[in-house]
Ligand binder design. Structure first.
Ligand code: 26W
Length: 810
């Protein structure tokens, strides 16, 4: 159902009047955005209903992607493309006298995720719908998303992100789909008809209210659902007419404790903290999601044994791994199945994706917490554990001495990764190297016991968001050269390869890149009052701030370059602009110091006339999806420099490659596969390999102090940290200094420094040979089709989910 411009404009004016009581000449940009959003939502609603009906009738399996995070980004632009309303809307808006870009920027970017894991979930939803696959998201509607980051005197300051302030135009509240989730209390048992029954008493009741967001496929009729749950209180349990005058206060306490559950997203990324509220959030998501799926299933089916044929639940890391005991609970206690029946259904329906091997990120809940918050769930976990350990003892004699390492409950902790592996039929890593590390080390005994369960699914990104929408000029150029087929079949990007040496194509690619760089330079001028040379090399390091991602190594390289310039003011080098953007977890002291260091470095260098036309450094605040969309199209160099073995995959590497940036990276995560695709001439790799890092760690053979002693450049850099050089004092960066020298540099920053500098030399040489650089750039774009999430989702669909496209007829 598309519309012509006149109809669109007329409907727009009607809606504007109806909703805001305004005429076009006095509407604000926000009102215009919301009105357009409502009109596009109307279009989607028809298709949404059709999709739901078709799925309801079909016997095909559907997948539910359970995730604590969905980092969607703004939706208007992509929904306009998806519904083929882009041109009509843009022209109509312009004719009414509004600035289209300004209207788009009114949409509050929902920050319901931390980083890679949440953004991956959003790319997957996009690909599921675009491939006409029946797949939905299940998450939490946090009232506050990831904090907004402000820089104050070079320090990160966190402000609340109240993203719902103006309402969220894409969501629909579904009160009729409310379910109840229970916390705390006690469990009593009784024997009824010869069967042990479990009764839950004195629990706290929490209402879970779903808000649905339509997820539209690209120019097809599929509209899937992202269902986000909000926690609300119920007043049913309170008898306000009783004589106890404290009832009212008890009620308010209860209301507050319930609403807290979906209040905010935890800002921790790759670091586990055993906070009770977080455990509440996880169970809330899992219980609400499963109840609603089962209810829906039972509307269509009688036989519960059909569940695995109709439903698949993918869990995004271990955060939703309570699906295993919760599904067991529902089947045992509510549906009266036997343990064996329930276990077969559960394990056949659940699949688990691991996103990290770092021990500090692995979730282990204290037994006492689980027991008191979720008494029945804990009983079920105990039983799962008991049976699993028995099975190991009987079926895997070679693993007998490892049972305590593999147990789900040990040392008074519940190991969620073990629960997830035991309770599912599939375990996957997110890049080849990462999956090998899981199999060879982190999950080795599980792999020995269940080799077939483990597979790799290398991550991908939505080429529609990260190329078609974020970089429309490049997208148009590509379509002019190889046709539009790549939008639906991203593999077709490979057609560009034969133009890699074509002077005219190179020139056009260069022109688009230059326009994007100028646009970013203007943005920086406007918002930061900093002039950067739009013709300098844009070297980009954008991702969460974490020790293992080594923003510190990048900063040391910059400080080293500065040192060289100060010693040789006329040194011949390509002018460079270093661009950072990153949020640090509010309690991650070291990461916040690195932010301050980057800002202090920027301050020093940007003000020094000696460095004026060679070096600029800028830290862009509040990194989020919308900012990424501005930076990535303008990047020349993509910094992917994690300590090898630590970055499970990385997805920023893919986004930047797809936009023609060249990777400067370690052989970590998906960088390895990018290198395999583009070949060694079209990527710059350096540093320790994953095997070397793991060997150093095992043998305890690394000594950062030796490197400090043996390398004058490093001594100079580190000593600057504890002298008044970047700031006026000598204490600001002492923690970084101590971390490197006294804590033995956990992430091998000093070890990889030399090799990183050499790689940078090669980058510079390559950049100076403009034609050769463009050839490399085009080669990267051409090979990036492999890293579309369409490929990833096709792999999940055929190898894990066993789901098939359902074409929705108009
Ligand atoms: C419990 C604390 C916590 C929070 C978040 C632990 C772990 C996480 C996530 C697993 C962190 C994360 O986002 N991991 C990233 O996932 C991406 C998608 O697979 C990968 O590309 C990144 O390499 C990985 O760091």
């Amino acid at each position: 159902m598309t519309m012509d411009k006149a109809t669109f404009t007329r409907k727009f004016c009607d809606r504007l009047l109806l909703v805001f009581g305004k005429k076009v000449d006095n509407a604000t940009p926000l009102e215009v955005f919301q009105t357009v959003g409502l009109l596009i939502r109307d279009i989607l609603k028809h298709k949404w209903k059709k999709t739901e009906d078709m799925y309801q009738q079909s016997k095909e399996r559907q997948v539910y992607y359970f995730s604590m995070e969905f980092l969607l980004g703004r939706l208007l632009y992509s929904n306009l493309l998806n519904t083929e309303m882009y041109d009509v809307c843009k022209e109509s808006i312009a004719e009414m006298g509004f600035n289209f870009e300004e209207i788009l920027s009114q949409e509050h970017d929902p920050g319901l995720g931390n980083g890679g894991l949440g953004r991956l979930a959003a790319c997957f939803l996009d690909s599921l719908a675009s491939l006409e696959l029946p797949g939905h998201g299940c998450g939490i509607r946090y009232k506050y998303g990831l904090f907004q980051q402000k820089m104050v005197d070079g320090y990160q300051v966190e402000l609340p992100d109240y993203w719902l302030e103006e309402g969220y135009v894409w969501e629909t509240k579904r009160l009729d789909k409310t379910v109840e989730v229970r916390f705390g209390g006690e469990v009593k048992t009784s024997v009824e008809n010869g069967r042990l029954s479990f009764h839950h008493h004195n629990y706290e009741r929490v209402l879970a209210i779903p808000y649905d967001i339509p997820i539209a496929g690209y120019q097809n009729n599929t509209v899937n659902t992202l269902r986000l749950w909000s926690a609300e209180s119920t007043s049913n349990d309170f008898h306000f007419h009783s004589s106890d005058r404290n009832d009212y206060y008890h009620y308010l306490d209860y209301k507050q404790s319930v609403e807290q559950i979906s209040e905010f997203l935890y800002p921790d990324d790759s670091y586990f903290e055993g906070k009770l509220l977080r455990l509440k959030q996880q169970y809330f998501l899992v219980s609400a999601g499963l109840q609603s799926i089962l209810r829906h299933f039972k509307e269509r089916n009688q036989q519960l044994s059909l569940i695995p044929d109709r439903i698949c639940i993918q869990i995004n890391d271990t955060h939703p791994s309570l699906v295993v005991p919760e599904l067991m609970r529902l089947l045992l206690d509510e549906e009266n199945l036997s343990w064996e029946e329930a276990w077969t259904i559960t394990t056949k329906s659940v699949a688990y994706t691991n996103h990290t091997t770092m021990s500090e990120a692995l979730e282990k809940w204290p037994v006492h917490m689980m027991k008191s918050l979720l008494p029945r769930i804990y009983m079920i976990i105990e039983e799962i554990n008991e049976r699993f350990c028995q099975q190991l003892w009987h079926d895997f004699p070679q693993l007998r001495d490892q049972i305590s390492d593999m147990a789900i409950i040990s040392f008074e902790q519940v190991h969620m990764a073990h629960l997830a592996i035991v309770g599912s039929s599939s375990v996957n890593g997110v890049a080849k190297l990462h999956t090998e590390i899981l199999k060879k080390s982190v999950m080795k005994p599980f792999y020995t016991a269940f080799p077939k369960r483990f597979t790799n699914k290398t991550n991908g990104i939505s080429h529609r968001r990260w190329l078609l929408s974020a970089n429309p000029n490049l997208a148009d150029l590509i379509s002019n050269i190889i046709g539009k087929g790549w939008i639906k079949e991203p593999k077709e990007l490979i057609g560009l390869l034969k133009y890699a040496n074509d002077a005219s194509v190179q020139e056009q690619i260069a022109k688009v890149k230059q326009e994007n760089k100028t646009k970013l330079a203007n943005f920086i001028q406007e918002h930061y009052h900093l002039t950067i040379d739009a013709h300098s090399m844009f070297d980009v390091h954008i991702k969460r701030l974490h020790g293992y991602k080594r923003q510190l190594l990048n900063t040391f390289h910059i400080l080293h370059l500065y040192q060289v310039i100060r010693a040789h003011p006329h040194v011949d080098m390509a002018p460079r602009t270093f661009i950072f953007a990153a949020k640090a977890a509010p309690s991650y002291h070291f990461a916040k110091k690195v932010i301050k260091l980057i800002n202090a470095t920027a301050n020093k260098i940007n003000q020094d006339p000696i460095a004026r036309d060679k070096l600029k450094v800028i830290f862009l605040e509040n990194y989020n999806v919308s900012l990424a969309e501005k930076i990535i199209p303008a990047a020349d160099v993509s910094e992917q420099i994690s300590t090898a073995s630590k970055e499970a995959s990385g997805t920023g590497n893919m986004k930047l490659m797809m936009n023609g940036a060249l990777t400067l990276g370690t052989l970590d995560g998906a960088n390895v596969e990018i290198k395999e695709m583009v070949g060694p001439d079209n990527i710059f790799t350096f540093g320790l390999t994953a095997d070397e890092v793991l060997a150093f760690q095992e043998r305890g053979a690394y000594r950062s102090r030796d490197i400090y002693n043996g390398d004058q450049r490093i001594r100079t850099l580190l000593d600057q940290l504890v002298h008044p050089f970047l700031t006026n004092d000598d204490v600001e960066f002492k923690d970084i200094y101590y971390n490197l020298l006294y804590n033995n540099d956990e992430y091998f920053v000093l070890k990889d420094f030399d090799s990183y500098l050499e790689a940078h030399e090669l980058v510079e040489q390559a950049y100076r040979n403009n034609q050769d650089w463009l050839k490399k750039s085009i080669t990267n774009i051409a090979h990036s089709g492999k890293f579309s999430s369409d490929r990833t989702i096709s792999d999940y669909a055929s190898e894990i989910w066993n789901i098939h496209p359902i074409s929705i007829q108009e």
